[in-house]
Design a protein around this ligand. Sequence first.
Ligand code: ADP
Length: 425
Amino acid sequence: MFRKVHLRLALLCAGITIFILFVMSCGYLIVSEQGLKNSGFLSFQSDMNTLIRTLDEQTIITHEWLARTEANGRYLINVVDNGVPFLYNERYSSEQKELFASAWDYYNHTFAAEPAVSASDTFHTEFAFSSAGRGADDYYACVVTSQRHSGTFQIMILCSMEPLLVQIRTQRFLFLLMDLAAFGVLALFSWYFTKRILQPLEENQRRQNQFIASASHELRTPLAVILSCASASGKASEAERQSFLDSIQSEGLRMSRLIEDMLMLTRADRYRWTIQKEPTELDTLLLDTFEAFEPVAKENGIRFLITLPEDAVPSVLCDPERIRQVLAILLHNAFSYTKKGGFVRLLLTHDGKSAKLAVSDTGIGIPDEEKKKIFERFYRADEARSEKGHFGLGLCIAAEIVNAHHGRILVEDTPGGGSTFTVVL
Ligand code: ADP
């Protein structure tokens, strides 16, 4: 499922960014090409102004002057004197003559009907036109009309826009290359970016699936006992029935404890835990817990000790009930994993900035490679060693409570053997 979502998200992300980039590139190209065309036309106009000034100074238009004005083939010049084409026009090829014919056509259609803009004897019109008669303009043209004593004298000067069009085409090609490279980078980036975004979700999903699988597994055992006891109790004697009922009750309690633990973790996942912090005297809290667990220690034949600081312990802002719960989990484990004759110690220290609550035992200990894993849900270091009522959720709940207090929970080896769990608040 995640592969599909990843692919779709990557496509969406890449699609949107590529579309935005494409639109921006097109926008930039349109503006830039327009700017190039405008500046090309302005430069043509300024060239024409200079040319007209020199034309005004000529009394006779000579072939030499026209040839010089052509500027090595940059311009094509067509002269008409009183409606009669100049002999000079004959030097052009037939295609060039056709070009002039269409330029004159365009001029006569578009501008000639208009009254002269200039009141002086000479006026001129610059324009861009398409030699094919349609499509993009590819020539700049200037028509100079001069009223002389001999009559009306007209010169048309054409300048190919080819160099400008080459520049525009090169720019388009470069943009296309850059865009293609950017599309590739964006597609790769989207792929990895969306993968990174989905990773925590995928991990969460994996953990949830694992949680459900483990929870179902843990619930199946007591449920199987309850069902078999219930079916067997029908034909059983009075004494046997009582024993079956006891089993049903104890397995029911086991299930209810497990369900309570699971609900607690689910609430922690949804950030719905209510931590009611209040100034708490940790030494009193530890003493209360110590007293509550003394009978358990006696029952298990384990020596139970408490060590409190000699000076007064400043009160700490925490939820006393939740911290009591953490201590209960740690002590419950310590008594479960420590053999008869061992020690369990409850310890409180503080350094003015933080307080440390430690539960230390001389039990079976935890191998280094297991130390991180024991805080995972349903993790039991050794399934074979686990007793009834140990679902592998206790340390996970303890860690969630400590996290909700922005504290830390650590596990180390007790010198001489066993484990020491420390909660830093
Ligand atoms: P459980 O309910 O199984 O004890 P926990 O989450 O409390 O679950 O502990 C996870 C595992 O960590 C236990 O199954 C056990 O293997 C190991 N463990 C926890 N506390 C101790 C301890 N004091 N000594 C040795 N092993 C421990």
